[in-house]
Design a protein around this ligand. Structure first.
Ligand SMILES: C[S@@+](CC[C@H](N)C(=O)[O-])C[C@H]1O[C@@H](n2cnc3c(N)ncnc32)[C@H](O)[C@@H]1O
Length: 258
């Protein structure tokens, strides 16, 4: 039933994004939830900014602050997330440096996927821990396998809901999303839940492919401009701290909880 190159929700432009072929059950289920769920988060800051429109081939027809939300990348794309050339293309070593990790911190890697970032953060944060959060149970299974590897015991696989990370209140020093935010079906509600989970002064970090740069070889809905990210955070009790351009393809945008 599964295609090795993933369903019709893939950020790589070389992978077609159409309704032809076999659609992943998990991705289809998430899409159905995103489209049919009522806008439950009336109380979430920014919830008034949702809208609907025609869905493009890799979008869900739901808009936030004028941006169409991308389809979730299905779990079949895990091998693309783990591709060896990603090290050279995206420089995760620089990303980790930019995150300024200290031992003992509690971190959430939200939309952890197969653990690309969690596996790099776990040794640095010990004796602290990394919540490896994902909405797809198949990703959680991969994260459980990872947490069983030597030195990875402080990874806590954490399945969340499409509109709520369910992380404990005031528990996090840092929450980071690598190539995730653009595909959150309920960005306002998820960010609200992250703000609640951060300690005062805790950081929320977005890593998103640069939409300002046409040379970044990623589908349009899977890229974001720094201005759009800042616009979408404007209703939350967060202050913008910095936007680092030290990564080859992505912005790294840091906010701090007031
Ligand atoms: C493109 S992948 C990136 C995975 C990982 N951050 C990486 O860079 O390798 C996006 C991930 O976000 C997850 N995701 C989408 N919506 C989510 C939500 N509401 N909560 C948690 N994870 C979510 C997807 O299941 C997928 O694993």
């Amino acid at each position: 039933m599964l295609k090795s190159d993933g369903p019709n929700c893939h950020p790589n432009p070389r992978k077609p994004c159409s309704n032809r072929g076999v659609v992943s059950f998990a991705c289809a289920a998430l899409l159905a939830v995103a489209i049919t769920m009522p806008f439950s988060g009336a109380a979430a800051p920014g919830a008034a900014e949702y809208g609907r429109g025609a869905a493009s081939s890799d979008g869900i027809g739901r808009f936030y602050h004028g941006r169409e939300i991308a389809r979730v990348m299905g779990f079949e794309g895990a091998s693309w997330l783990d591709r060896p050339e990603r090290e050279r293309e995206e420089r995760p070593d620089r990303l980790v440096e930019e995150l300024r990790i200290e031992p003992g911190m509690t971190i959430a890697d939200v939309g952890a996927g197969s653990g690309y970032l969690s596996r790099r953060l776990a040794p640095l944060v010990a004796p602290g821990k990394v919540y490896a959060v994902d909405v797809q149970p198949q990703m959680i299974d991969l994260l459980k396998d990872l947490a069983r590897e030597p030195g990875m015991g402080n990874i806590v696989p954490w399945q969340d809901a499409v509109d709520d990370t369910k992380l404990p209140a005031a528990s996090l020093d840092l929450a980071v999303m690598v190539d995730v935010y653009h595909e959150l079906a309920y960005p306002a509600e998820v960010v609200e839940s992250l703000v609640r989970a951060l300690k005062p002064g805790g950081r929320l970090v977005f890593v998103e492919y640069r939409a300002e740069d046409p040379a970044v070889p990623i589908k349009a809905l899977h890229k974001m401009t720094a201005a759009q990210v800042r616009l979408e955070m404007r209703d939350f009790p967060l202050r913008f701290e910095r936007d680092s351009e030290s990564l080859p393809l992505q912005h790294l945008i840091v906010f701090r909880k007031n």
